[in-house]
Design a protein around this ligand. Structure first.
Ligand code: PEP
Ligand code: MN
Length: 335
């Protein structure tokens, strides 16, 4: 719509879209509104709008994902959760154990990462393990421990939800729902998480293309949920030397293609604690809006992912290095 379009003119266009059996998606910007038209061959109906006043331009979104694309929304999405902003100027650190193993280890980790500047506590209560014989998580007890840690430290909480029936339960305790790599194409889970309106972090499927990942994000967005962030966590390649291959290319590429914040998980992405900090720094240099990192008071004793978990001193060095790196990145070049 043009800058001068009145509310009545915007409403008339929205109404017309509905009359044609298409779905309107209104985005009110600071200086103008954009109305998305979602539906089979929506662009073919453009003539029907030619006579309506207030329209500045009718543009075809050429990407198969629409609401996730920069064509639909040029400005970065910033997700606000209390006093934490994801997708803005600050690089947000999410840190904590792979799994919530017990209240003491969780509180110890939460206090430590909060003191070092992390804003969000991670920890799985429902764990989608490759083997059915591996530790499966503490379930709701684990969620309660996360909520307690939030209360004491002020950290926000991110935790995984693995089944549509648990979206409501997990939303009661978590500030951000994590959709794991093994569930990226679980479309009923995506729809339920989308409907919840709760902030969601969508991990990339380990064998998914970037387009499939953005189409999965579209499932969340098309349910009316605009609080969606993406997480690159490594993909399967021919290389067995590391657990996965962290796709750094994806970070600046997805930020070009989409307005959604991009988080990187160098813990799952490498599988080795000694590689986590270098890849975390590389991700931020490549434009990541945040990191999610596994930290454990005693990685050797962890019930899951100990080999890729940072101990406290290593995490502290990473936080110091990140501070120096973001200082360099934000410094204006003198030209
Ligand atoms: C995790 O974050 O511990 C996890 C299981 O992640 P992913 O889904 O990326 O494997
Ligand atoms: Mn893990």
């Amino acid at each position: 719509m043009s800058h001068q379009a009145s509310t009545a003119q915007v409403d008339a266009v929205v109404e017309k879209i509905g009359e044609l059996g298409l779905t309107p998606e209104l985005s009110k910007g600071e200086d103008r509104s954009i109305i998305g038209v979602i539906g089979g061959n929506a662009y073919a109906y453009r003539e029907a709008f030619a006579h309506l006043p207030g329209i500045q331009e009718i543009v075809q979104i050429t990407k198969p994902y629409k609401l996730a694309s920069r064509e639909w929304k040029t400005r970065d999405t910033v997700i606000r959760i209390g006093d934490v902003s994801i997708g803005g100027d600050e690089v947000v650190m999410m840190a904590g154990p792979c799994s919530v193993e017990g209240v003491e280890m969780l509180m110890e980790t939460a206090r430590h990462v909060a003191a070092q500047g992390a804003k969000i506590l991670r920890g799985g209560a429902f764990k989608p393990r490759t083997s059915p014989y591996s530790f499966q998580g503490l379930g709701e007890e684990g969620l309660k421990m996360l909520a307690r840690a939030r209360e004491e430290t002020g950290l926000k909480v991110i935790t995984e939800v693995v089944t549509p029936g648990d979206v409501e339960l997990v939303s009661r305790y978590a500030d951000i729902l994590q959709i794991g790599t093994r569930n990226m194409q679980n479309y009923t889970l995506l729809q339920e998480a989308g409907r919840s309106g709760h902030p969601v972090m969508l991990k990339r499927g380990m064998s998914s293309t970037i387009e499939e990942w953005l189409l999965a994000a579209e499932y969340l967005l098309s349910q009316g949920n605009r609080n969606v962030m993406l997480c690159e966590r490594g993909i399967r390649t021919f290389e067995p030397a590391t657990r996965f291959t962290l796709d750094i290319n994806a970070v600046p590429l997805v930020r070009e293609l989409s307005h959604l914040p991009v988080i990187v998980d160098p813990s799952q992405g490498t599988g080795r604690w000694s590689l986590v900090s270098p890849l975390a720094l590389a991700s931020v240099a490549a434009g990541a809006n945040g990191l999610i990192v596994e930290v454990h008071p005693h990685p050797d004793d962890a019930l899951s992912d100990g080999a890729q978990s940072l101990d406290f001193p290593t995490f502290d060095r990473l936080m110091a290095d990140l501070q120096r790196l973001t200082g360099v990145l934000s410094a204006q070049p003198a030209n």
